[in-house]
Structure formats: C-alpha cells, structure tokens
Write a protein that binds this ligand. Sequence first.
Ligand SMILES: *[C@@H]1O[C@H](CO)[C@@H](O)[C@H](O)[C@H]1NC(C)=O
Ligand SMILES: *[C@@H]1O[C@H](CO)[C@@H](O)[C@H](O)[C@H]1NC(C)=O
Ligand SMILES: *[C@@H]1O[C@H](CO)[C@@H](O)[C@H](O)[C@H]1NC(C)=O
Ligand SMILES: *[C@@H]1O[C@H](CO)[C@@H](O)[C@H](O)[C@H]1NC(C)=O
Length: 428
Amino acid sequence: MFYSTVCTFLAIYISVFYSHSDGNILYAEDTLAEKYGKVIYSSLLFRHGERTAANSYPTDPYPLSIWKEGTGQLTKRGKNQAYELGKWFRERYKNTLLREGYRYDLLRAESSDVDRTLMSGELVLAGAYPPTKEEMWSDDDLIWQPIALHTVPSSYDNKIGSSAICDRYQYETQLLNEISKLQNLYMDQLDVFQYVEDHSGEYFNSNDIYSAYDSIWNIYDCLFIQNSHNFTLPKWTKKVFPEPLRTVSSFHFILDVFTTEMKRLRTGPLLNNMIEDMKNKISSPEFNQTIHFYSGHDITIAPFLFSLGIYNSIAPPYSAAVIVELREKDYNYFVTILYRNSSQTPPYLLVPSACGEICTLNKFIEITKPLIPENWQEECQINFSNRLQNLSTSDILVLLFAVATTVIAALVVIRICLERRRKEYNPF
Ligand SMILES: *[C@@H]1O[C@H](CO)[C@@H](O)[C@H](O)[C@H]1NC(C)=O
Ligand SMILES: *[C@@H]1O[C@H](CO)[C@@H](O)[C@H](O)[C@H]1NC(C)=O
Ligand SMILES: *[C@@H]1O[C@H](CO)[C@@H](O)[C@H](O)[C@H]1NC(C)=O
Ligand SMILES: *[C@@H]1O[C@H](CO)[C@@H](O)[C@H](O)[C@H]1NC(C)=O
C-alpha cells in the first residue's frame, strides 16, 4: 500500500516534472495528422535568431563598433530563440521523425556560410537532438552532442544564402525599372525615400528601383535593431519609424522575386531540393533521411513564401520557420506548409491557392514546376536574344554604329588584300 502510494506520487511527480520541462514549448502537436496522415518527411527552413546590427548609415549616431559581439552576430536572445526552435522540433516530432534519436543517415542539415546561420543551425540541432542516456559522451555531463552541419562557400550558394553570382538575375533586377506598376509605386512612396535620404545621408538611386529598396531596408533594419536594444533613436526617425518605413522598405523582399524568372533563379534550387527529397522518400527504400534542416535568412524565407503565393508581406521575424511536411494517408501523399513565426501562437497552415483545400504531392509538384530551372547555371547566363528585345534607342544607335564601323573596316581589309594579291600575281 505504502509502496504503491509512493509509486503513484512518483509517477505524478515525474509526469509533472516532464510536462513542466516541456511547458515552455507551445503548440508543437500535429493537428493535421488525423486528416492528412502522419508526417513521413519534413523540410525545415528557418531564419537565424536575433542579431546585432549589420549596417549603418552616414548620420547614424551609433557606430557599428558599439556592438561588442561584432556586426551581424547572434545575441544571447538570438541564441535562445534558435535553441527554443530546436526544442520545438523535438517536441513536434518526438514520436515520429525524431523517435530514433540521432543517426547520421536520418537527417541532413545545411546552412549558408555566415556566422549567425551556422551558429543558429548548431543551436537548433542542439535543441532537437539532446543526447539520450546512451548517447552521453562527455565527462562534464554536457547535454549536447555534435551533429554534422554542412555549408558551401558563399560564392557557390544558390540555395540558402543566394550569394552565388547569377548574371541573369542581376539583369532581371535592372528590368524592374521598366515595369510601370513599380515605377508608380516608387513615385507614390517618393516622399518617404526623400525624407529618409535628407536625414540619413544615404543616397537612393531612383534609376535603380531594386537597389533603392534594398538601401532603404538596410536603414530600417538598422533602426529596428537599435530600437529593440533600447537605443534612443534620432528625433527625425519619429516621423517615419516604424511606419511607414517598415511597410515601404519590406517591399524589397518581394522585389527579390518579383518576376517569374527571378522566382526561378532565386527559389528554384531550394524548392527543387525539397521536392527531390520527397520523391526519394517515396520511391527509394535506401533513402533513410526524414528531416532536412536549412538554416537561412529572412531573404531566404520571404522570397520562398512569395514564390509560392503564400507570403503575408511581413518581414520574417527572428527564428521564423517554414515547415514543409510530406504526409501519407492510405497511400495518398499530401504536402502541408506551416509557418511558425512566433513561439506564442500555433503555426499557420499556408496553402497555395492553386492547390485548393490542401496540396496533394502531385499538385505541389505541378504548381512548382514553372519555378524550377532545369539547369540553374545555364539559365543564369545572359540570354542574348532576350537582351536584343529590350534594347533602347540609344543601344540600337550604338549597335548600328558598331556594325557600320565593322563593315567599313572589313571592306578596307578586303580591298588591301585584293590589291596585294593582284600585285603578287603580277609577274612583272
Ligand atoms: C529594453 O527595455 C525593455 C523595457 O524596459 C526591457 O524589458 C528590455 O529587457 C530592454 N532590452 C534590452 C536589450 O536591454
Ligand atoms: C538505412 O537504414 C537501413 C536500416 O536501418 C540500414 O540497413 C542502411 O545501412 C541505412 N543506409 C545508410 C546509407 O546508412
Ligand atoms: C505571423 O503570420 C500571421 C499569418 O500571416 C500574421 O497574421 C502574423 O501577424 C504574423 N506574426 C508575426 C510576428 O510576424
Ligand atoms: C533565351 O530566350 C529565348 C527567347 O525568349 C528562349 O526561347 C530561350 O529558351 C532562352 N534560352 C535560355 C538558355 O534561357
């Protein structure tokens, strides 16, 4: 009797203790499993945690040197955000994809080659794969085990950081200047650009809409970070910060993938990787992998969502995560996309409108097909015939002049050759 009471108390204590230890992890349960089946593969694309400022502007009273962690580096809060996200993944998949604990062939983790994404990736993995009792390896009782995190040099990264050079993409950013809808938008917002230019000392090139929005975003981002660290912002900012500056500058995320060609070059490689993984999972018994982590940036997440037509136009917060889940129910496959943009609310189910109520895997593949280049390298080359179609009058004049000069030069050369030949054949 005594023992059974003690045992009951112990059981209650243990369950309270454990539920308490997970108590700060909210809304991790899979509420879609009943309807669309269990998750058999998950791609997790997340943004790094809070960082220090990465850029400044000419009249900025706070030099970048005041950040003792360095510029663009994770803060302590940022580390907690990434670690918390990892624990949320563990909680969500502890009975499914993460049941078997860590095994090298069950996951792949990749990051852009930037300190804050590499570090956030490590923290997410630390939260998702705490060593089990058997996996403990350190004499220091360290509740951590190393997990492989892959990266490629920035100049090769066309998937997460989008830092690989792509001439065609650069060219597409210039074509944005020709789109009247964008010209009108820019004119509508010109007073904000002008006001910020006058006070920040930053120059916005009105002939280059893409770079103008990029530059004004950098100023907003800088003010946002200073403000969230309780710095007193300069008086002039009161008129525009946070609004309308936030809304105006956030448009730069959409400009990143404004045209279909930009979507292909920018999000195609990442989408392709996710889809290939899902196909492999279904068709290849040797493909043991069940989770793919991508540690990236706001400029990875927003363009990805916008390309799928499910972006809410709000800059992705720190540690925001897009979770692309492949589900199986009675041999039917579904793809569900969740957006976890806060630890305090349940993740949002985002469904591309072309899918209807929910995406079947086949439908998802079909609607993303136009977004995936067959050969990214090749498509990145500037297409001369496209360029010809977009020539301006002055370009044409220059081209005509070049052609005329070449023809005249050729005629002169031919003439000289003929003269020589005549002389050579003349025996006298
Ligand atoms: C900023 O101020 C708020 C409110 O006083 C406080 O809760 C927060 O911890 C401060 N943040 C920093 C980074 O000091
Ligand atoms: C995949 O898992 C199976 C079963 O556990 C195992 O036999 C096989 O070696 C694994 N494949 C790889 C590449 O590790
Ligand atoms: C998260 O996304 C939802 C749905 O788009 C939106 O209503 C909400 O404001 C977003 N929250 C944050 C913090 O971005
Ligand atoms: C170049 O442009 C033409 C016409 O728009 C198109 O048919 C062709 O496929 C393009 N080539 C590449 C490599 O994109």
